[in-house]
Write a new protein. Structure first.
Lengths: 203, 147
């Protein structure tokens, strides 16, 4: 068999297609595994390596701790959040399930819905300072986030005015009441570049 | 893209899905290590590839993987016999040879890019590729015995 014949055979070898239902189920299964706290379903196949892995992990943790101490916290500077790449990438991977992206001292993490029920709307940028803690949250109108030690709903009206509302908590750019008085919040509704890719905004 | 990679590397629909799910879970947990220097999809691809290579290594240590891959690996319905023959021939390659084929042939990476992803020099990658192609040519020549 010459190179051309081999190339042709390889090129024509298709990966067996999976039913669409499998793909529809896929994001839900990922979210389920995440919410159940499962680290890996492959665990059962890796268990013989657990002892060796543990030793390596301990060495890695020690090294990581030493480097962390030397370099300080190496979290992202929020560039990927600001330019919208992370939002777009995560929405593409988890369509209809991305509730928020949260960036704080622990790093960046998405908040995902168990079902694909997150409606598409313009993203909202929130910068929240509570005491010494600073968080940036990119979310959407109607989503619930933690703020002031409680769950609050993020709302935006047609004019782009943002409001945070929860039990004993009311915040808007003009006024705040209840627990919101102890929290410093900056909010901005951002134009969604998914709808007009030529527009640039601060996301 | 991720599923194609995990399928071609694992040879099993069940494991490919498991590995694809694990890829997204790893990405979720380590999102703060994504620096935006590469495309998000490339970052995911790298996670998936590393998982596949580690998975293969663990399976091989148990001495079951390739046997299961080729014989019991819940072989799905292939669109044609030719695809199935290639699937079985790929099973005869070492994981590193298989990765070289998948990255360069199916995903169009240069030898240098594939070498960088696999953590080996370009020449090493080229050597693996030559060996993999030679083996595949033997196995896929009529009269070859892939399984």
């Amino acid at each position: 068999m010459n190179d051309d014949d081999l190339d042709e055979m390889l090129r024509e070898a298709a990966v067996p297609e999976r039913p669409q239902a499998d793909w529809d189920r896929f994001p839900g299964q990922v979210v389920l595994r995440l919410s159940s706290g499962e680290t890996r379903s492959l665990r059962r196949r890796f268990w013989p390596l657990a002892a060796a892995g543990l030793a390596t992990a301990c060495a890695g943790l020690l090294l990581g701790f030493a480097l962390w101490h030397r370099n300080g916290f190496g979290g992202p500077d929020g560039t990927e959040l600001r330019d919208g790449r992370m939002l777009q990438a995560l929405e593409a991977e988890f369509p209809g399930r991305l509730q928020a992206i949260i960036m704080d001292a622990r790093g960046v993490r998405p908040q995902l819905s168990a079902s694909s029920d997150v409606s598409e709307s313009d993203p909202i940028w929130l910068e929240i300072r509570e005491g010494k803690e600073r968080r940036v949250v990119v979310t959407f109108s109607g989503q619930v986030i933690r703020c002031g030690g409680r769950d609050v709903v993020v709302l935006a009206d047609h004019d782009g005015q943002v409001m945070l509302l929860g039990p004993g908590f009311l915040w808007s750019p003009q006024a705040s009441a209840g627990e919101a008085e102890g929290v410093e919040i900056k909010a901005e509704q951002l134009t969604d570049r998914r709808k007009d890719p030529t527009k640039r905004n601060s996301l | 893209m991720i599923y194609s990679l995990t399928y071609r590397m694992s040879g099993s629909a069940r494991d490919a899905e498991d590995l694809a799910q694990e890829t997204f879970i790893r990405a979720y947990r380590h999102l703060d290590s994504y620096r935006g220097q590469a495309k998000f999809s490339s970052w995911l691809y790298r996670i998936a590839l590393n998982l596949c290579l580690r998975w293969k290594k663990a399976e091989r240590r148990r001495g079951l993987a390739d046997h299961e891959w080729a014989v019991f690996g819940n072989v799905p319905d292939f669109p044609d016999q030719r695809s199935e023959r290639v699937h079985l021939a790929m099973a005869q390659l070492t994981p590193k040879q298989r990765a070289a084929i998948v990255l360069t042939f199916y995903d169009g990476l240069t030898h240098a890019e594939a070498g960088a992803l696999l953590g080996c020099p370009e020449k090493t990658l080229s050597g693996r590729l030559i060996a993999a192609r030679r083996r595949l040519a033997e196995l896929l020549t009529p009269g070859g015995t892939p399984a």
